[in-house]
Design a binder for this molecule. Structure first.
Ligand code: AHM
Ligand code: MG
Length: 335
């Protein structure tokens, strides 16, 4: 990947978003304030993640979240940081998190609540104990003032996302965002405390023979996925799987390939959550020229039924997603 940084002016995430807003006459700056809150939270979480072992905050919290999954202490800390940073932004109506049973209503539409922000505060947190890369995934939606319930207003198809992104806490801290006009990649310079633009208009390679899946579950995948994997084994494919969606997706976004989380016996509807994991990733991948499907349906076309709904997910390079889809269609298991 070429780096624009060495040859162009320094551009921070903040100034980039402000510059983008000038292309939208009448923009109030509310959106920029939300992105700035997410970036502040990202810096604070990056700091905490790096110090987690030193401060003794790794491991289980000793509670389960609404998904029935055990919460890590860092899940709770990251959730609190996001709530504190976003809770002060005057244009947010509703916040919803993987870690919270119900959405949090900050203000109604009549009181200036224009946007809803949904997030997974620390995706892949079970890999933290062994120093694995983790991430924050977020999406920004418009608040529909006609809809009374908080869950109702956040249950919007992915096509209606105003912006989506993730922050990957790896060897460096990467901030990937789309506002519907391509995908931009920033990296945190810890010395000046800013996310700096390193790649504007990121494009995913059209094809690459690499798949990313928890292959230990193969026997419980529907036949189409099994047939795809058998085909990949005899067609020169390689495999990479970290078990942390942001880290696996980031590698695929930059290098190409395909990520799969099919339905399994323990997760018959898929494991990943539609609203704050699958949809934001789907928007990023489509905006970068890739594809994202859940069964035979583009993920962003699904009409959500509930906040914590799960879906199967296949996302990556367009040719690689098509290859998976052709096996699902052949076996009639594209559900
Ligand atoms: P989490 O939101 O509880 O962290 O779970 C989501 C994670 C993803 O990051 C990753 O793709 C997947 O779960 C890994 O699941 P598995 O361990 O079943 O392969
Ligand atoms: Mg998650």
């Amino acid at each position: 990947m070429d780096t624009e940084r060495s040859t162009s002016n320094l551009c921070s995430l903040q100034s980039h978003i402000l510059a983008e807003e000038t292309h939208h006459p009448g923009a109030s700056g509310d959106f920029s304030w939300i992105v700035s809150a997410i970036s502040l939270a990202g810096k604070a979480i990056a700091h905490q993640v790096r110090r987690a072992r030193l401060e003794g905050v790794l491991g289980d919290q000793g509670a389960t979240n609404v998904q029935g999954e055990s919460q890590q202490r860092m899940d709770v800390i990251a959730n609190e940081i996001l709530m504190r940073c976003l809770g002060t932004r005057a244009s947010i109506a509703v916040l919803a998190s993987e870690e919270d049973d119900q959405p949090t209503i900050l203000r109604r539409g009549v009181d200036g609540g224009k946007y809803c922000v949904l997030f997974d505060p620390l995706d892949g947190s079970s890999t933290l104990d062994t120093n694995g890369a983790v991430g924050t995934i977020f999406t920004i939606l418009r608040n529909d003032p006609q809809i009374e319930s908080a869950e109702g207003t956040v249950c919007q198809p992915g096509r209606r996302q105003v912006a989506a992104g993730y922050i990957l806490y790896g060897p460096s801290t990467a901030f990937v965002i789309t506002t519907g006009t391509g995908v931009d990649l920033f990296e945190l310079d810890p010395f000046i405390g800013s996310f700096l633009l390193v790649k504007r208009g990121l494009r995913i390679p059209k094809a690459r023979k690499v798949y990313s899946v928890n292959e230990a579950y193969t026997a419980s995948f529907p036949c189409g996925y099994q047939s795809y994997l058998a085909w990949a084994h005899t067609n020169g494919y390689s495999s990479r799987y970290i078990g942390s969606l942001c880290a696996d997706a980031h590698r695929i976004l930059l290098n190409g390939g395909v990520f799969l989380y099919p339905p399994t016996i323990t997760h018959p509807e898929g494991k990943l959550r539609l609203l704050y994991e699958a949809n934001p990733m789907a928007m990023i991948f489509e905006q970068a020229g890739g594809k994202a499907i859940s069964g035979s349906t583009p993920t962003m076309d699904i009409n959500p039924r509930k906040l914590h709904q799960r879906v199967p997910l296949v996302l990556g390079s367009s040719d690689e997603v098509d290859a998976v889809l052709s096996h699902l269609a052949k076996d009639g298991s594209a559900h």
